[in-house]
Ligand binder design. Sequence first.
Ligand code: ZN
Length: 147
Amino acid sequence: MADLRELYQELILEHSKAPRNYRELRDANGKAEGYNPLCGDRFSVSVQVQGDSIADIAFQGSGCAISKASASMMTQSVKGKTREEARKLFEHFHRTVTGKQNGSSDLGKLAVFAGVAEFPTRVKCATLAWHTLQAALEGKPEAVSTE
Ligand code: ZN
């Protein structure tokens, strides 16, 4: 288990150092800002929705390793999914990082964040990008705050 945990930490570190989809999205049709005052994490998430699917997604901003890695892996996980699939994935992810559900294979790589459940103050770091994505998909450009 200790080895597995190290592997998880490596994945989070790797994504925080080299975040995926970290760029401006020129043809975005949905965008929102998210802020976690507890930690100082601040990100914007942009989506390009075609029909009901997230055709493209990108994020920018700054924050701790967990928030950045979570945003990076979130963009990878929801690209190509429908709004409903993304919402369900977030619910599943949220239950996992709050310890209400054990990580399962449905989450894929996102299961690495299951360890966050042991650190309640980090839950907001891990979920910030997801809350911001929901706001972007719902067309609520005003800043979302985890508080
Ligand atoms: Zn944070």
